[in-house]
Design a binder for this molecule. Structure first.
Ligand code: ACO
Length: 401
């Protein structure tokens, strides 16, 4: 292997790679991705098979611990999570300090960080046992916080987790329950969300995951690291794209539905507009997740009896872009976010909550990557730079400036 430290010592060289387009930050055994072929596998299992046959909690276990759980392991994992599902009542005071207009991602990031204050023992985790305790805590409480960001926005009562139903079903119940305790989320919606969360569960060293690893590399606790991941995911170039896609499709619809005008805008280098939900740093082929989601969008809308003109606009836009030389030359294909927003809409999830759903899905991946980083005793993340500023200047007194 190339000894970078030795090379640097001998040549004084630093690799300059803005955006880390070609720089590996770690060795990892969690997610395999082949962007040229459009292949994605968690711990060696194909995403297509997992989305079809596994449920979200099984996939979370697989990502974090490396193996599919047997029945006993899964039951214990589930029980350990349920045991931790109560969120400290004082967290509600933190939540209510935000204006209703606050974006749910900002609130979620803050609440996740605040969890540290209410669970101080989860910070300095060195042993695997302590790591496990912190992991089940965040898996238990994060969906509660996610649901609360919506309830707070709508000025509704906050609920705790219903411990008699599944992980994804209880998330939906906490989000949408009205009146009766017997409220049951629609099965079609539960299954579709389960699948979507699996598809979002990990994606190797993307922006938010790298953020989680780098924050965790200073031995800041798991919750602080996850909170930083939520902030990174929020941006429209990353997870925030799912919200941006719907806003773009709505704009196209309001404008009369002519996609060619927007394709032309996206190609114009003087116009900052980009086709949201298109392009990917590593996929130079169809994002395999987008394929599954496109099919699921058709099924879910059919099963729920929802007719959404936006779906037709999305399909038209995809077709036009795939036939356009600009997009062909740059290998720009629809990514995971292109169709996910359409399903979320059909499920009745408000646009501002789309990225929160993504965060709930990505949580196991962030945890798995953080755990791997800590178990491998990786050094603190600290990139170098090439300095291009003034080299040495004489100080000028303020009167002389
Ligand atoms: N619309 C129009 N042009 C695009 C788009 C787009 N969506 N994406 C990339 N391009 C063009 C760039 O302008 C550039 O053109 P050039 O070579 O003529 O300068 C070329 O394609 C390469 O693009 P880069 O920006 O260098 O690619 P990078 O890997 O840095 O960016 C990114 C990837 C951020 C995903 C980009 O494609 C983008 O902004 N897409 C839209 C936002 C989006 O959908 N993000 C979600 C990504 S998936 C996820 O995070 C879950």
């Amino acid at each position: 292997a190339l000894d970078i430290m030795k090379l640097r010592a001998e040549t004084g060289a630093i690799t300059l790679d803005p955006g880390y387009k070609n720089t590996g930050s770690c060795e990892s055994a969690i997610t395999f991705l082949d962007g040229e072929e459009g292949i994605l596998r968690y711990r060696g299992y194909s995403i297509e098979e997992l989305a079809e046959k596994a449920d979200f909690l099984e996939v979370a276990y697989l990502l974090i611990f490396g193996e599919l759980p047997n029945k006993i392991q899964l039951q214990k994992f589930n029980t350990d999570i349920l045991d931790q599902s109560i969120v400290n009542e004082d967290m509600k005071t933190v939540l209510h300090g935000f204006p209703d207009s606050a974006h749910p991602m900002g609130v979620l990031s803050s609440l996740t960080s605040a969890l540290t204050a209410f669970n101080p023992k989860s910070v300095n985790v060195e042993s695997e046992e302590d790591m496990y305790k912190a992991i089940v805590k965040i898996l238990a409480k994060f969906p509660v916080l996610a649901a609360w960001t919506l309830r707070k926005k709508n000025n509704q009562t906050l609920f705790n987790k219903d411990t008699n139903i599944g992980y994804v079903e209880s998330l939906l119940k906490m989000m949408f329950q009205e009146g009766s305790k017997n409220y049951k989320p629609n099965k079609v919606v539960v299954n579709a969300l389960d699948k979507l969360l699996i598809l979002h569960a990990d994606h190797e060293q993307n922006c938010s995951t790298s953020t989680v690893r780098i924050v965790g590399s200073s031995h800041a606790g798991l919750f602080a690291s996850i909170s930083a991941g939520v902030s990174a995911l929020w941006g429209p170039l990353h997870g925030g794209a799912n919200q941006a896609v719907i806003e773009m499709l709505e704009e196209i619809k309001a404008d009369g539905g002519d996609t060619s005008k927007f394709i032309a805008k996206a190609k114009d280098k003087d116009d900052p507009f980009r086709l949201m939900g298109f392009g990917h740093r590593v996929y130079k082929n169809f994002d395999p997740r987008a394929k599954i989601i496109k099919k699921a969008a058709d099924e879910v809308l059919g099963q729920l009896g929802v007719e959404d003109p936006i779906l037709e606009i999305a399909k038209g836009l995809e077709k036009a872009a795939l036939e356009d030389q600009y997009f062909i030359d740059r290998k720009l294909y629809p990514n995971v976010d292109f169709y996910s927003g359409i399903i979320y809409r059909a499920m009745g999830i408000p646009t501002e909550m789309f990225t929160v759903m993504f965060a709930v899905g990505r949580l196991p991946g962030w945890i798995a990557q953080w755990r791997e980083m800590r178990l491998r005793k990786e050094p603190i993340g600290r990139p170098r730079q090439v300095y291009i500023g003034e080299t040495h200047r004489k100080f000028k007194e303020i009167e002389n400036r």
